[in-house]
Design a protein around this ligand. Structure first.
Ligand SMILES: Cc1cc2nc3c(=O)[nH]c(=O)nc-3n(C[C@H](O)[C@H](O)[C@H](O)COP(=O)(O)OP(=O)(O)OC[C@H]3O[C@@H](n4cnc5c(N)ncnc54)[C@H](O)[C@@H]3O)c2cc1C
Length: 523
């Protein structure tokens, strides 16, 4: 058995250490939904599936109890059984490794971007409740632009620290009932309602619906000039999820290639580790922007307009639209200030131009950047990943049984993010860029995609089932974060009446027995 994620009666962890012979599917391996990928995208999907109430449903007539009954969907009485498969020991391990390797303290995205489908304020409320004001950072976004947006002044545009974000995600995952399966998915077979998910090592899971939240949309990008360099002279910033960055050591001469935030973070790390020479080379000058996409994508007054413009584009042009909107990488002002200071101190050199390798020695590499010849001990390629979905084994196999068109390396999914003719097999994250938009691979886009997928799966009706609905409504009306946003006198009186507010919903007897209704109680 592997190390468990934060223990919770609602979370079951299953290890899939390779068995000597293929393990047959047991009833425990049979799920309503299988989420492949335990990153923020997988967590956003779990939240959108299991949270009994989610923010997009507030005023939606179609989501009333009556319409759920009329449509026949409300015959389902239980929350779906969900499993999450990831090679890590617990949720967000990939994310954690990457942030740790680069020593990143603050997220780039604001407090309003997170995987909890319940409320856009969830992360902010969590920080307030936990007394973690120091874990929020004012990134300097021009608040005047958001003058009339009330939420902008509550701190929603601040940046969360990574420690806060990870704790929040742990708390969220522990609250939502699911089974965490450690393993890597190799292939997916079957049909809607009856998928077999084959894990490397032989284990098989069964699920009625599958959501692929695999993360990067293809292999590491590598400038052609560097592709034949030996491993010890060049590595990618994401090799071993950043583990190879440990090779940046005292006294080494390092060339970092890339024009985005990761390249800057690698250069900062090399300087911190006392590398004797650090050069940051990019094909074009660094561009400065707070977030990966323009602030307007985070502003509800303008976000729909941006999305409208994106969806107006024919599919063939959307990959280009995404690239243009993201600007091929950008660097927040906070980091640019540091870059300029390091340059002024002579600890960092920035160069613009293509890198050409002129000579490869046993333990160094000679290059030309523009017209300047230089020698380095190691080159770090920080050019990210290129979209080429068929390089991902799961999708390559899927393509053999259910081919879809590919544009710019991205699969063409249905508007509900289904793969080909499948109705219950979905793809989210950067891979879904053509149907979600330029922020598909970021926390904000992941949240939207998770909602789209959950709506299309039609699994939310359980939360509208008679008494469940009362509980859900009660829960919403007494928002579990109400205390966090009230003043201190309110909090006092709230806490006095805690016992009265505890959930006293009447559950269906069979659900109580099964212990399967997991509606968080109102506090
Ligand atoms: C250094 C860095 C900093 C970033 N900072 C931010 C930020 O501040 N804000 C923001 O919005 N975005 C940020 N991003 C973008 C970030 O990658 C995404 O927001 C987020 O990680 C995407 O989540 P995801 O779940 O789609 O992918 P991932 O986090 O990559 O998770 C995908 C998971 O799927 C697993 N997986 C893949 N294939 C299989 C398989 N066959 N079987 C089982 N599991 C599989 C992987 O192991 C991984 O754990 C950052 C990216 C990097 C590299």
């Amino acid at each position: 058995m592997t190390q468990s994620p934060p223990t919770s009666p609602r979370v079951q962890t299953i290890s899939t250490a390779p068995p000597s012979s293929p393990t047959p599917t047991t009833p425990d391996d049979d799920f309503d939904v299988c989420i492949v990928g335990g990153g923020p995208g997988g967590l956003a999907t779990l939240s959108a599936t299991i949270e009994p109430y989610s923010r997009d449903k507030t005023n939606d007539e179609k989501n009333t109890v009556k319409s759920a009954y009329d449509s026949g969907l409300a015959t389902r009485r239980k929350p779906p059984r969900v499993c999450v498969v990831d090679p890590g020991d617990s949720w967000l391990q990939t994310w954690h490794e990457r942030f740790k390797a680069l020593q990143i303290k603050w997220l780039r995205s604001p407090m309003g971007a997170h995987p909890d489908a319940f409320d856009i304020n969830s992360l902010l409320a969590y920080a307030t409740t936990e007394g973690r004001a120091k874990d929020m950072f004012d990134s300097g976004v021009d608040k005047k632009k958001f003058r009339t947006v009330r939420e902008a002044h509550s701190g929603i545009l601040n940046l969360p620290s990574n420690a806060l974000f990870e704790d929040f995600c742990k708390d969220l995952a522990a609250r939502l009932p699911h089974t965490f399966v450690k393993g890597k998915v190799g292939t997916i077979e079957g049909t809607d309602g009856d998928f077999k998910i084959n894990l490397e090592g032989g284990r098989k899971l069964k699920a009625k619906s599958v959501v692929l939240a695999l993360g990067v949309p293809g292999p590491q990008a590598c400038p052609a000039a560097l592709s034949s360099l030996p491993d010890h002279l060049m590595f990618h910033s994401d090799d071993k999820l950043g583990g190879r960055l440990q090779e940046l050591k005292n006294g080494r001469k390092v060339l970092v290639i890339g024009g985005g935030l990761t390249a800057v973070q690698v250069a900062q790390l090399a300087i911190k580790k006392n590398c004797s020479k650090v050069v940051l080379a990019s094909r074009r000058p660094l561009t400065t922007r707070h977030f990966d996409v323009k602030e307007g994508w985070f502003d509800y007054r303008t976000a729909s307009q941006h999305q409208y413009e994106f969806f107006q584009e024919p599919l063939e042009k959307r990959a280009g639209f995404c690239k243009e909107t993201r600007g091929g990488g950008s660097v927040p002002p906070l980091y640019m200030r540091d870059v300029r200071e390091l340059e002024a101190q002579g600890r960092l050199t920035r160069q613009i131009g293509e890198v050409q390798v002129t000579n490869v020695n046993e333990d160094s590499v000679e290059v030309m950047i523009g017209s300047k010849a230089q020698t380095f001990d190691v080159i770090v390629n920080a050019c990210g990943h290129r979209p080429d979905c068929l390089q991902l084994p799961v999708l390559r196999e899927l393509q053999k049984v259910e081919p879809v068109e590919i544009i710019g390396g991205f699969p063409i999914l249905t508007p509900d993010l289904q793969w080909g003719n499948f109705k219950k097999l979905f793809v989210i994250g950067a891979l879904a860029s053509l149907q979600v938009g330029p922020d598909a691979g970021n926390l904000m886009g992941l949240g939207r995609a998770a909602q789209m997928v959950t709506d299309a799966m039609g699994l939310k009706a359980w939360s509208k089932y008679k008494n469940n609905m009362q509980a859900v409504q009660g829960w919403y009306q007494t928002n579990r974060f109400a205390e966090a946003f009230s003043d201190s006198s309110d909090s006092e009186s709230d806490s006095e009446s805690d016992s009265e507010n505890e959930c006293n919903c009447e559950l269906e007897p069979e659900l109580e027995e099964e212990g399967r209704v997991e509606i968080p109680c109102a506090v």
